[in-house]
Design a binder for this molecule. Structure first.
Ligand code: B16
Ligand code: MG
Length: 218
């Protein structure tokens, strides 16, 4: 059995990735009266708040000064936090709780590798904090996903080498980050977008520990 499991949060543990995009859409509508196309959802998944905003502004060909950029980031987070107000353990994606329990029974150490500054609060609301021995701090890492830094930090937090870890992601940037960290990447989502994953499941409810272990050993 592998020794560590590294988890992305939004889109893997909880269904919060849709809330991020709803908040971005409202921000752009309120500030620039433009409708954000759905293709930007994929391009901002797993990407830090600042990098996401930059990608969105680049796409819309809008330039803002530093003060406006900061204000937009803050406003986006306020919209996102409003959407999180009703978050409960019911927002845990299907199959995740069972997987966390099984990993715990197998003595696999768990760490969180989320780009989100809101991750600790979300884990609390989902009542999952106790499963995780470490939460990598996105502020403390030099580069966000697709750089490997947050996964290296998460593996370091549980004292397991990345090669002995399996890591779960729903985003293109996240799978790239895991592969660069040289952990075993498990993608959750579309085979088109996540083609680079070592192993792929269409949905969290299909996650299967025996299959992951077999594939990891090969
Ligand atoms: P915050 P993950 C990522 O979380 C989200 O996928 C991405 O949409 C978001 O921009 C990023 O966190 C930062 O989140 O604004 O809450 O700090 O998928 O890495 O768990
Ligand atoms: Mg994600």
């Amino acid at each position: 059995m592998f020794k560590g499991a590294l988890f992305d949060l939004d889109g893997v543990i909880a269904d919060t990735s849709v809330y991020h995009f709803q908040a971005w859409k409202k921000l752009i509508q309120d500030n620039f009266q433009q409708d954000l196309p759905s293709q930007l959802e994929e391009q901002t998944k797993g990407v830090s708040r600042a990098d996401s905003l930059q990608r969105i502004l680049d796409y819309l060909q809008i330039e803002v000064d530093t003060a406006k950029f900061q204000q937009l980031m803050q406003q986006k987070n306020e919209y996102y936090l409003q959407l999180l107000q009703t978050l409960t353990p019911d927002n845990i994606l299907p199959g995740i709780k069972e997987l966390l329990r099984e990993l715990q029974q197998q003595k696999v150490k768990l760490a969180l590798a989320s780009a989100s500054l809101n991750a600790p609060v979300i884990l609390e609301k989902l009542q999952l904090s106790d499963y995780f021995a470490a939460i990598a701090d996105p502020v403390a890492v030099k580069q966000g996903k697709p750089a490997p830094d947050i996964f290296l930090a998460a593996a370091g937090g549980i004292n397991v080498t990345p090669q002995d870890c399996v890591a779960f992601e729903d985003s293109i940037a996240g799978i790239q980050a895991i592969n660069q960290a040289q952990a075993f990447s498990v993608g959750i989502g579309s085979s088109v977008e996540l083609a680079a994953a070592d192993l792929l499941f269409a949905q969290t409810k299909e996650l299967n520990l025996a299959q992951i272990e077999t594939s990891y050993q090969q």
